[in-house]
Write a protein that binds this ligand. Structure first.
Ligand SMILES: [Zn+2]
Length: 168
């Protein structure tokens, strides 16, 4: 069964339980994620096999599209019909970012074909929060998203503030 940020029952019925409502109120999940979760549950009725192992981790609105962070989301990338079904349901184009077990690998794929030169952890005073500084090398024209959007998605992936640097 497809796994989403809200529980299965809520995704299917479209009505949020107490627990999911609280998550939403506390900002642990967003309205966009609720909407996409429902669309996934609906699409699953049509394509149960294609979605059975898919996990939707996060969904994030960018300008005109919605970026989905997925695990085992290969079918969403490869099956145009499935992708289209979900896009029709949420009335926006989706971009799939597949998440690997390892954050560094996720980043490597996400920023490809640019190379990651290094990822530095910067401790920001006064609380010592960790900010990631990711240095990329290559032609920015080849990136999947504009830099400011890349930064937002990278922050979703790492759960840290991210600073991107490009070197030629
Ligand atoms: Zn629920």
């Amino acid at each position: 069964m497809v796994v989403t940020p809200i529980c299965n029952f809520c995704a299917k019925t479209g009505v949020l339980c107490k627990k999911c409502k609280q998550k939403l109120r506390e900002g642990k999940i967003t309205e966009v994620e609720v909407t996409v979760s429902k669309a996934f549950a609906k699409a699953e009725q049509k394509y149960p096999k294609l979605l059975q192992n898919v996990t939707l981790d996060r969904a994030h609105s960018l300008d005109n599209s919605i970026v989905l962070l997925t695990r085992n989301g290969k079918n969403l990338i490869e099956n145009e019909e499935l992708k289209y079904t979900i896009e029709t349901e949420i009335r926006k184009p989706i971009e799939i970012v597949e998440r690997k077990a390892d954050t560094r690998k996720t980043f490597a794929e996400f920023f490809a074909p640019l190379d990651i030169v290094e990822i530095d952890q910067i401790f920001v005073p006064p609380e010592g929060d960790v900010e990631l500084k990711i240095t990329l090398k290559g032609d920015p024209e080849l990136l999947r998203f504009p830099l400011d959007q890349l930064k937002q998605i990278a922050e979703l992936i790492s759960k840290n503030p991210v600073r991107l640097e490009l070197i030629a």
